[in-house]
Design a protein around this ligand. Structure first.
Ligand SMILES: [Zn+2]
Ligand SMILES: [Zn+2]
Length: 115
């Protein structure tokens, strides 16, 4: 994989698939909220305690830009304190996370509806 094409979304920790709504495990709804997703979080493997306990489940979560950016900023902040490569210069992972975190800031109109 080319280092400039790291999918930062794949570096984000996501909820367990059995803790979210079916639409969120399908990737038709942001895995963290109820907005339409635009950011691919990659294919995940999770153990399931649902209908098939103990089995490995493959799923494909997606996120809206606002949530992905917020989590990317968190992961970026903790990453650069632990990553040895980042002590000298931000590594490709760090750059990808940072790019994702600032991408959401350019869209302040993204709002979550109240419940
Ligand atoms: Zn969201
Ligand atoms: Zn790093």
């Amino acid at each position: 994989m080319h280092p400039d094409h790291i999918q930062a979304g794949e570096l984000l920790a996501v909820p367990r698939p059995d803790r979210v709504r079916p639409e969120q495990t399908d990737g038709t709804m942001c895995v963290w909220c109820d907005q339409p997703p635009t950011v691919d979080l990659g294919v995940r493997l999770s153990t399931s305690s649902g209908p098939h306990p103990g089995g490995l489940r493959r799923w494909h979560p997606r996120a809206c830009q606002a949530c992905a950016g917020r989590y990317a900023a968190e992961v970026f902040a903790s990453h650069i304190t632990r990553c040895h490569a980042c002590q000298r210069q931000h590594c490709p992972d760090a750059r990808a996370l940072y790019a994702l975190s600032i991408a959401s800031r350019s869209r302040p109109e993204t709002r979550r509806p109240g419940r």
